[in-house]
Design a protein. Sequence first.
Length: 452
Amino acid sequence: MSKGRYSKYIRPISITIDCVILVVLSVFFLEEFPISLPYFLVYEVISWLALAYYIGFYEVYRFTKPTEIMTLLFKQLFLFSLIIIAFFSITREIIFSFKYLLSFIALTFVLITVFKSLLFYYLKKYRIVLGGNYRNVIIIGYTKSSRNLQKLFQNRSDYGYHFKGFFSDKVKTEEVIGTISEIETFVLNNKIDDIYCALKELSNHQLKDLVEFADYHKKTIKFIPESNEIYAKNLKIDYYEFFPILSLKRTPLNEPLLKFSKRLFDLLFSLFILFFIMSWLVPIIAILIKLESKGPVFFKQGRPGLDEKEFFCYKFRSMKINDKTEESVTKNDPRITKTGAFLRKSSFDELPQFFNVFLGDMSIVGPRPHLWSHNNEYQLKIKKYNFRLHIKPGITGLAQVKGFRGEIETDDEMINRIKYDLFYIENWSLLLDLKIIFLTVINIFKGQEKAY
């Protein structure tokens, strides 16, 4: 099958269609506005393109996740709406029909979102069903990470990669089809597009030659990081004059707009829960707790929060009064009351943490706040542990919906929990938060093994 090479046309076509949608909708909705329409169209298109360049709206690739695409869509359309509204303030034009302006903005949102979604969907279908626009790839090095990448290429046909084989000087298996010295001939004879390298298998001299070969023949070369315990880094490249520097892109939440949007979502969500659920549920649970055992209805405990600053985490009391609050709960723990067992099984004991969210100490979604004893222990054992303290802790989190909640029995369980926390921090989006909340609700009804 011949290889379709339409990739270079996708972005120009996408930009053109977006601009056509903007212009057509502007003419239809704003023709009667007391403005100079040609000037407005120029302003509109230039603003759209400048904003798209600034936020990387069209920097979407075959491996880009749907949540990242939707985040880009929201950012682009939200900021573009502000720019359009600002036009009328800057020019001091009188908007005689604000309804028409809102209709124009809303329909722009809908049409461009639908177009992007359909484009993304059908490109994936095309790669799966027809094998179109695939890229031939090889991998240098036969390591654990490179084998995981091979499985990804083979399992995700929608990414559009055809894996051709491994090359290695150190390992000989059926999957290794040649040595590093044979790569250049193979790449040219088999129309290889991408070369992925496990750096530990290449000497400096081999790496230099390979980069020069890839540059000369216009092949893409990429590097595979090795992972021993935890590796979850988004690398970006900066240039100090002509000198390239690789640095970590810590989290999208470093951006003020995204940080504000997460806080606004937390505030609105927590207010909804407090007014419409907690207002009538708290008295019922309080009565059940008081009928079974003496002591306060709420249990509060100091936990490490953002930047390891202590805050008081609130829960419904699920145990008898005891002096071992820094010890984790174990299965069939004698400290837990009958009411407490129900509260913990249903996760209702966590509901008072919506007060923490409202106060700004916690977020709806984020890394769970650990006990101080665990925090002090594992930050010495796990190098990247403290990275989870860069954002507010959450009522629920990615690690929890993936099954890593409750009692920590081995170091590996904590390591896996931290891996998911780091992935969440570095790949945050509002859609990811919504997905985690949805999965949390599903897990509550299904029941979780360690919900005790």
